[in-house]
Design a binder for this molecule. Structure first.
Ligand code: ATP
Ligand code: MG
Length: 263
């Protein structure tokens, strides 16, 4: 088993009532888990807790997060440096926002690679180009010489994904990776994420508001509401035989086309 999250609880600030609690799930190598649920249900909190990047004042107050047999809650700074980027990496909602607008994409990508490896500049640049090509980005040389504002949202997001997969991490965490994009680009990027994960054997946890995206991509589906897991199981089972009232409501809101539910 790659990741085993048990009974996870997170509290913010001095609040003694945890914001999320009793969150348990697991992930095998190469599996994709989608997390869906209403705004504020705690999806981002789960992802951030796994990567130990909770915002200030947020802390894990209960449970365990075991990655490849190691409890991540016991890692020190050095341990995290070895893990982030190489074993677990994150794809953000808008990768453009995560990058510095005053430096070229190439400068940042090459630096990122050099921080995590022993490669010289030239080899790091070659590696960056190779990863951009993997994400179907045309003229990778041009992209490396560009600034984030010169690229479309879809291209920026492809660059972000290219960076996240550079070191072939075993686990990708993606928090609404396509929600800032138009529908056509969303579909393309979801397809590419599927291709990348299935091709490299990476496991992924993807947070999405789009249950259609979840059902297309994910082996397992977790539905959250108010900081709790209300349903968790094989995607097909959850979609075809939802048990929780909340999941039924969520599915009922998905449009039907020609009498077939469009998920
Ligand atoms: N920085 C913070 N400080 C205090 N409380 C926070 C903070 N971030 C999140 N919370 C609390 O955690 C709850 C869950 O937030 P979270 O961002 O995990 O939800 P979400 O499911 O990702 O929502 P969305 O779909 O809107 O992104 C929020 O309702 C809020 O009460
Ligand atoms: Mg969120």
């Amino acid at each position: 088993m790659l990741l085993d999250v048990k009974n996870l609880a997170v509290s913010y600030g001095k609040n003694s009532v945890p914001t999320i609690a009793e969150v348990s799930f697991d992930l095998n190598d190469g599996e994709i888990l989608a997390i869906v649920g209403e705004s504020g249900s705690g999806k981002t909190t789960v992802i951030r807790a796994i990567l130990n990047v909770l915002p200030g004042g947020g802390r894990v107050s209960d449970g365990s997060i075991i990655f490849e047999g190691k409890n991540l809650l016991e890692l020190d700074a050095g341990g995290w440096r070895n893990l982030r980027g190489k074993n677990i990496s994150m794809i953000f909602q808008d990768s453009g926002n995560m990058m510095n607008p005053v430096h070229t994409i190439g400068k940042q990508f090459v630096e990122y690679i050099q921080v995590h490896s022993d490669l010289d500049k030239k080899s790091a640049r070659e590696m960056a180009i190779e990863k951009l090509e993997l994400m179907n980005l045309p003229n990778p040389e041009n992209i490396l010489n560009s600034y984030t504002f010169e690229l479309s949202g879809g291209m920026r997001q492809r660059v972000g994904i290219a960076m996240a997969i550079t070191f072939q991490p075993k686990l990708l965490l993606a928090d609404e990776p396509t929600s800032a994009l138009d529908v056509t680009t969303q579909a393309q990027i979801v397809g590419e994420l599927m291709f990348i994960t299935r091709g490299s054997g990476a496991a992924m946890i993807i947070v999405t508001h789009n249950i259609g995206v979840a059902s297309y991509l994910a082996d397992n589906l977790m539905v959250m509401s108010r900081g709790r897991v209300v349903e968790y199981g094989k995607t097909n089972d959850v979609i075809n035989h939802p048990q929780a009232e909340y999941t039924k409501t969520l599915l009922a809101s998905v449009p039907e086309i020609g009498g077939r539910r469009y998920v």
